[in-house]
Ligand binder design. Sequence first.
Ligand code: FMN
Ligand code: SF4
Length: 431
Amino acid sequence: MSEKILLRHEDVANLRELDVYVSDGGYATALRVLKEREPEDIIEEVKASGLRGRGGAGFPTGMKWGFLPKDNPLRYLCVNADESEPGTFKDRQILEHNPHLLLESMVLAAYAIKCHKAYIYIRGEFAQGAKILEEAVREAVAGGHLGEDIYGTGFDLDVVVHRGAGAYICGEETGLIESLEGKRAYPRVKPPFPAVYGVFGAPTIVNNVETLCCVRPILERGAQWFKTIGPEKSPGPKLYCVSGHVERPGVYELPMGTNLRELIYDHCGGIPGGKKLKAVIPGGSSVPIFTADEIDVNMDFDSIAAAGSLLGSCGTIVMNEDTCMVRALRIIARFYRHESCGQCTPCREGTGWLERLMIGLEDGGANDRDVDLLMQVADNMMGNTVCVLADAAAMPTKSFVTKFRSEFEEHLQHGGCPQRSAEAMRASAHA
Ligand SMILES: Cc1cc2nc3c(=O)[nH]c(=O)nc-3n(C[C@H](O)[C@H](O)[C@H](O)COP(=O)(O)O)c2cc1C
Ligand code: SF4
């Protein structure tokens, strides 16, 4: 797929500006759909396209929209632009360079679900993105693409850009809703799901930025066209974020289901310095890791799950042969300990235990049972909490220990990181 759909700004200069976006065909789909089509028909088309959520879980978008209760006319649309999963930096590209694609897709989604108020919950640290979005909203309102009586059709949509509260948990959809309501981002027990009980208790659709940005192309070119890209059960264009030990890290737009080996070696130029590949986290820090022997897998929801990991947010982190897996897991453990909201005991205590055990293994002081203890703590965290942050900390732990156990044992026997003590010895010899 050479044509860029989501990263079209890479082909069209200044696409962020309204007049450039409009002269490139922007808002023509919104105009046509609002004038000619019925909302129910749009939901059916999105269902037929097979679009699945790009925020992490891969839930079918049209089906989610269809869950809104028919008897409550008050409803909200919430764009999840919190993008905080380590290794993930795709939504930011759209927010900063192609904001009108998001706004036009929001008009279409809001029309489909009959909603008149939408929020863009943007990661607190994305100051630049928030400024760009606010300007884009102003321009779109002035141009008649947003606000009251859009295109004279009688359809109104008010869009509010809301800066996030600066925590990873604000990206979990119910934590996001609490935060939007002005409270601490404690995730809610589900059910009820946001489609039934969301923002201010009203039915709410929460969708990721990339998910929503597929809506305009689907309605512009049709569900059947969308289904021709990638595998039948999770079709469409996909943004892959690749970081770590590759020649050309970055965000790549390729068909869903692109092969992981091809992504690393063909698109990203392979591993620098002729080094060997050691491991890859395919979908952001929350998902199980693959060893170098496991990368002949297609990057779509079902193929990655069948291979024992998850597509998640598609944050692909590549590690070369020099990477210490104990150190890598310690960094991941620190993140989840810091980001646990503390509401559930298995997560609050478990993430602390995981980090302490990892510190002992890397710095010395661990005892013989600690590698097994890591696995036990992780097992006890999974499936026992209000949201899946606990699982997000446990899953990488279990896969790192299972697949690289000898490295963990080596740290134990050595009383700390062998790589680090060798480096320290070399440094003191040269001092
Ligand atoms: C701890 C945690 C953090 C999350 N962070 C994000 C995020 O930053 N962005 C996002 O779109 N989804 C995030 N999600 C997933 C959302 O809860 C939700 O599934 C998603 O916004 C739904 O949109 P989609 O159907 O378009 O994928 C997170 C989930 C969890 C458990
Ligand atoms: S699992 Fe962790 S982050 Fe999620 S609600 Fe419980 S304590 Fe908070």
